[in-house]
Design a protein around this ligand. Structure first.
Ligand SMILES: [Zn+2]
Length: 447
């Protein structure tokens, strides 16, 4: 279509990145990360930086570069007093089934003023914004205001063993002197009763991925078999899938609910001390409710089933994967409760677990992010929120780095942006990419 030649550099880089199929299938299987890292590395080198490529395993490449700050704003007398900031993105994406999509998920199509494709939302948009913000700052002979570590990581979509966790464990020197980080799933706007509210991600839930296994008697499919592994597994899966976990409010969710009540003109008392009214308040936020309700409680979602091999054979074992997300610090208590909910002969194996995070909605970096959004969108309301998913900030927290979600995007009210993470027809408005580029350039130049 016409207009391709007018794409901004941010949109062009995001489109190029979408065209690298960097699908992360899980269990160590992936593709395209090395090619995407080389593409990003070439852009960094073109800016005069020295990208370092780290392969956690063949094909699992991350690329990291360090940029010296000017410390000019205000002039620092002791530059050591302002630590480095990590700005990171991941290069992998979750799988996309083209049959479900309106466009080729790896085509990087421009349609209706938006860039479409797997990663347009999560998170090749932000990868591109980071690159063009740096290019703009460095291109004019400038410098960011403090030292930056920019990292484009592999394997985020499967917990980061071949990406962030590998770097943190084997190459911590890459992050030397850094105490804070910004990355994905925050800083984008949602519509709250006609007001544009930017959700700044100040924390994330913990994750505990478990495998359930049941064993039984293998037999002909026509027999009377009470000890059926599939039946036992199905009962366990239904129990966890239907479990109503109670609301537990944290500092972040209390702040968010109070702010939402204010914006919507609701009585904040209606939330109740234990959060009994919280769901009702969140449901009135429209599309945002879809992911905010999950931040009030634990979730235990069955995501994969494996059993059997023939219609007339009862198998001797069955397996299910359950994706558990708990509030920060509740992992062990929830695991104990899951154990108690299931029959004794259901085996539970913890496949992966990672910490939750909860950081203050205050301090110099938060102030800088909030004021940046307000400079670029004077009507902006900025609210803290806890992410129901997880990011590479979990791994960085092992180095004492406090991570926030700040990928600034000014979005149209009707776009269900949060619903497109890992969804079909991921797309991001071209003008939102340019907004993000400007806001990020501003933040990195001044913070
Ligand atoms: Zn992501």
């Amino acid at each position: 279509m016409a207009g391709h030649e007018q794409l901004s550099e941010t949109a062009r880089i995001a489109r190029d990145l979408i065209r690298f199929d960097t699908t992360n299938y899980g269990e160590g299987r992936s593709k395209g990360e090395t090619e995407a890292a080389e593409y990003v590395g070439a852009i960094l080198a073109d800016m005069g930086l020295r990208p370092e490529f780290i392969d956690a395993a063949p094909g699992r490449t991350s690329v990291v570069a360090r940029i010296e700050g000017s410390y000019a704003n205000p002039v620092d007398t002791a530059r050591g007093e302002r630590p480095a900031l990590v700005v990171h993105g991941h290069l992998d994406v979750v799988p996309a089934d083209p049959a479900n999509w309106s466009v080729d998920p790896f085509g990087g199509e421009i349609r209706d003023g938006m860039l479409w494709g797997r990663g347009a939302v999560d998170m090749k948009n932000m990868d591109a914004m980071i690159l063009t913000a740096l290019r703009q700052i460095l291109g004019g002979g400038g410098q960011p205001n403090r030292d930056l570590v920019v990292a484009f990581l592999a394997d985020e979509e499967n917990g980061g063993a071949f990406g962030s966790h590998h770097l943190v464990t084997h190459h911590p020197e890459l992050f030397a002197g850094a105490t804070e980080a910004i990355s994905e799933v925050g800083g984008y706007s949602v519509d709250i009763k006609g007001r544009r509210a930017y959700l700044l991600q100040t924390g994330e839930k913990a994750l505990v991925w478990i495998r359930l296994r049941t064993r039984g008697t293998a037999a002909h499919g026509s027999r009377v078999i009470r000890d059926n592994a599939v039946t036992k597994l199905a009962e366990a899966v239904a129990t966890l899938g239907r479990q109503e976990w109670p609301i537990h409010l944290t500092t972040t969710t209390r702040q968010l609910l109070a702010e939402l009540a204010r914006l919507m003109g609701s009585d904040p008392e209606a939330i109740g001390p234990q959060g009994q009214g919280a769901d009702e308040l969140l449901l009135r936020t429209g599309t945002a409710a879809g992911f905010l309700t999950a931040t009030l409680r634990t979730t235990t979602n069955p995501t994969l089933l494996k059993a059997g091999y023939k219609h007339n054979v009862i198998p001797d074992a069955a397996e299910a994967l359950i994706d558990i997300r708990t509030l920060p610090g509740e992992e062990d208590a929830v695991l104990a409760e899951v154990r108690a909910l299931l029959a004794d002969d259901v085996e539970i194996e913890v496949v992966t677990r990672d910490v939750g995070l909860e950081n203050p909605f205050s301090g110099a970096l938060v102030d800088a992010m909030v004021s940046t959004l307000r400079r670029h969108d004077p009507e902006a309301e900025v609210l803290p929120y806890l992410l129901s998913g997880g990011t590479d900030n979990k791994a960085l927290s092992e180095l004492g780095i406090t991570g926030y979600g700040f990928a600034p995007l000014r979005l149209p009210a009707e776009l269900d942006f949060a619903g497109m993470f890992h969804g079909v027809d991921e797309r991001v408005p071209l003008d939102a990419l340019d907004f993000g580029h400007r806001a990020l350039t501003d933040l990195l130049s001044t913070y």
